[in-house]
Design a protein around this ligand. Structure first.
Ligand SMILES: [Zn+2]
Length: 134
């Protein structure tokens, strides 16, 4: 249940390597595994972003990392599943009486979207890192 060292070597905090928020230095945004390899913590002194590793997949999204900026490493929860379990029943049509808690959660779709973005970012990260070395 750990991210391979190879992957850790190429992953960087997206906030600290991109755009206006890019940190100075040769290799900004390095990450450190914490909590038995379930979280990646940005090592930049003023960043504090923490990225959960869900089902061995690091969720390298700035929004996700920002959520945990004010959470101490020892207070981080279990990262949980990459995609929440899908409801078995697709038959529940929208009824006027239904509350927001009923039916397939929009979180399922957000989760799937996040997974796609994540994969793109990992690919993008690989590409950028390779370019940097050349
Ligand atoms: Zn960072």
């Amino acid at each position: 249940m750990t991210v391979s060292q190879d992957l850790l070597e190429i992953l960087r905090c997206p906030h600290c390597v991109s755009g206006d928020t890019r940190k100075s230095g040769d290799d900004p945004g390095r990450l450190k595994l914490e909590r038995d390899g379930k979280w990646l913590v940005c090592q930049e002194a003023d960043c504090h972003r923490k990225y959960p590793i869900k089902e061995d997949i690091p969720v390298m999204l700035i929004d996700e990392g920002s959520k945990w900026m004010n959470t101490a490493i020892e207070d981080l929860p279990e990262p949980g599943k990459l995609v929440e379990e899908r409801s078995m029943s697709m038959s529940s049509a929208e009824s006027p009486a239904a509350t927001c808690n009923e039916g397939p959660s929009p979180m399922v779709w957000i989760g799937m979207g996040a997974a796609v973005v994540l994969i793109l970012m990992v690919i993008g990260g690989l590409f950028m890192h390779r370019n940097k070395k050349l």
